[in-house]
Design a protein around this ligand. Structure first.
Ligand code: ACO
Length: 327
């Protein structure tokens, strides 16, 4: 059997503070009815003042390591997918490494917005399949509450904070990541972005005055591209592995908007019960959304040994992709 990267532990962390749609009604001109109807979201989690992305990531990582039954010293590398790192540098992965107290391994962040987790496990998979490394920790973590404009009803109702983690290890029994497919289209970069705070518009008075440190989104256009790209990503993953949607036990899509997932299901003729959904409770947690949903599916016994599951995401960049896993 060829070497594959198998998920041997899962973890998640969600901040305790809950922000409901009714809470948001008091902040911006919106309603529980509008948010629920247009997105499927009821509430989301908000990090405490003391918590930053590496704290969420660390908590998810601890649980994944425990579930895997391994120690931090057993890791060969740490990858964190995030677009809301604690600082521009060092990477949040290095901060997690410090918290785990493990030296002599490498750690880095990946920036692919909501597709970040798929990108990160794809990179991790290459290290493991090639035989260069045996065991890696991959985390998706984002704290969008720090980068959304809480006066902009078009975006602030959509996002939440959280982290999810997996431990991947070389396995020779045919289980693990079967394939990953990654895509991006940089011509659509301005569908979803944060203009300020980088080298183009550095932090300063002008940035703050124009509120350029916050997420900007062309929601309607993003919605349409999301439906197309997620459908294509699923189709491509199935085709290249000679499978049909009937072979997949559970689809775990990026949790941005229920209507996007419904449209994908309709287009591909996949019933909604086959999609894992938790966005009603957490909103869009960006790179964390897929590993959190995976964690819940595992804990709720929705996935059994040898089942095929298909993860699919899209996000800023624009980026999109899939990961087919035999559990
Ligand atoms: N409450 C009440 N009304 C609102 C709100 C709100 N929170 N937000 C927008 N509206 C209004 C708009 O102003 C507009 O009013 P108008 O007709 O008077 O101009 C009306 O509702 C309709 O707005 P649309 O944008 O057409 O609403 P739509 O049905 O497209 O839903 C939404 C908007 C939810 C943003 C949808 O387009 C969407 O989900 N897009 C995808 C976004 C996404 O997934 N982003 C994350 C990408 S992943 C990543 O990388 C982070």
């Amino acid at each position: 059997m060829p070497v594959r990267s198998r998920i041997i532990g899962v973890g998640s962390y969600l901040p305790t503070k809950i922000l409901t749609n009714h809470d948001l009604e008091r902040e911006v001109d919106t309603s529980d009815e509008w948010i629920l109807d247009r997105t499927g979201i009821r509430e989301r989690r908000i990090a405490s003042e003391e918590e930053a992305t590496s704290d969420l990531a660390f908590n998810a990582a601890k649980e994944a390591l425990k579930g895997a039954g391994i120690k931090p010293e057993d890791l060969d590398f740490i990858i964190v997918a995030t677009v809301t790192p604690d600082m521009l540098f060092p990477s949040s992965a290095c901060l997690v490494q410090q918290r785990l107290g493990v030296k002599g391994i490498f750690a880095f962040d990946i920036s692919a917005a909501c597709s970040g987790f798929i990108y990160a496990i794809s990179v991790a998979d290459q290290y493991i399949r090639s035989g260069i490394h045996r065991t890696g920790l991959v985390i998706g973590a984002d704290t969008f509450s720090r980068v959304v404009d809480w006066t902009d009803r078009n975006t602030c109702v959509l996002f939440g904070d959280g982290a999810g983690a997996v431990v991947l290890q070389a396995d020779y029994n045919g289980r693990g990541i079967i394939s990953t497919h990654l895509y991006s289209d940089g011509t659509l970069w301005d569908f979803l972005y944060i203009p300020g705070g980088g080298s183009r518009i550095p932090p300063g008075e002008e940035m703050v005055k124009k509120r350029l440190q916050y997420v900007k989104m062309r929601g309607n256009e993003t919605f349409k591209v999301a439906v197309n790209t997620m459908s294509e990503a699923i189709g491509e993953a199935l085709k290249s592995n000679g499978l049909t949607s009937a072979d997949i036990k559970l689809f775990i899509p990026h949790q941005a908007n229920l209507r996007i997932i419904q449209a994908v299901g309709k287009r591909l003729n996949i019933p909604m019960e086959r999609f894992k959904i938790n966005l009603d409770r957490y909103g869009n947690t960006s790179a964390a959304s897929i590993p959190i949903a995976l964690y819940e599916a595992v804990m709720e016994g929705e996935i059994k040994e040898d089942d095929y599951i298909l993860l699919e995401a899209f996000g800023g960049g624009l980026t999109w992709g899939s990961a087919l896993i035999r559990w």
